[in-house]
Design a binder for this molecule. Structure first.
Ligand code: HEM
Length: 149
């Protein structure tokens, strides 16, 4: 029994489910009327905080988890999971910048309407984020069971 490993695993799961919830919420909100812009940038701020916490807790799992760091660093499935997480992070940059910009413009001009082309591109980014995100638990389950050597 190892309490540190258990606590890290619980935190990791709670955080990754929260991030999934946020991506899901953004996925739905960018489809609605963009009176949702204020909510989007508020929700998106939590995305950054939760992603940062996932990195901290994830790295702690690598170094302080039951299996030891060498279980992961030589495992390509672990690195595939890291790459997928990094790609999701990179894909989130454009939507984040747009949400901030829309929010700023909407607060200065109540009649502001999100340009259709910007909205369409943000939808594509959020959709791509959602699909790549689905790969992360697939890689996680495989690496945890020793696949990837
Ligand atoms: C820097 C980011 C991350 C690091 C360093 C990291 C690291 C880890 C580690 C060390 C484990 C333990 C695996 C084992 O039991 O041997 C784990 C498990 C897991 N991770 Fe991550 N993780 C990260 C991000 C994520 C993200 C974004 C997700 C989103 C879905 C995720 C989902 C999971 C799941 C579902 C498990 C449990 C796998 C299982 O036991 O079947 N991780 N992670």
């Amino acid at each position: 029994m190892d309490t540190t490993d258990l606590v890290l695993a619980i935190l990791h799961h709670l955080l990754v489910f929260s991030l999934a919830g946020i991506i899901g919420a953004e996925f739905v909100l960018v489809r609605g009327d963009l009176g949702a812009t204020t909510r989007l940038s508020g929700i998106d701020r939590h995305y950054g905080i939760i992603a940062a916490l996932i990195i901290i807790v994830g790295v702690c799992r690598v170094f302080f988890g039951l299996k030891g760091w060498d279980f992961y660093v030589y495992n390509w499935v672990f690195w595939a999971k890291m790459a997928a997480f990094a790609i999701v992070g990179l894909l989130s940059i454009v939507p984040t910048m747009r949400f901030i910009s829309w929010n700023r413009q909407a607060s200065g001009d109540p009649s502001f309407a999100v340009p259709a082309a910007e909205l369409a591109s943000v939808k594509n980014y959020v959709r791509a984020e959602g699909f790549i995100f689905l790969l992360i638990p697939v890689f996680a389950a495989a690496m945890a069971r020793g696949y990837g050597y």
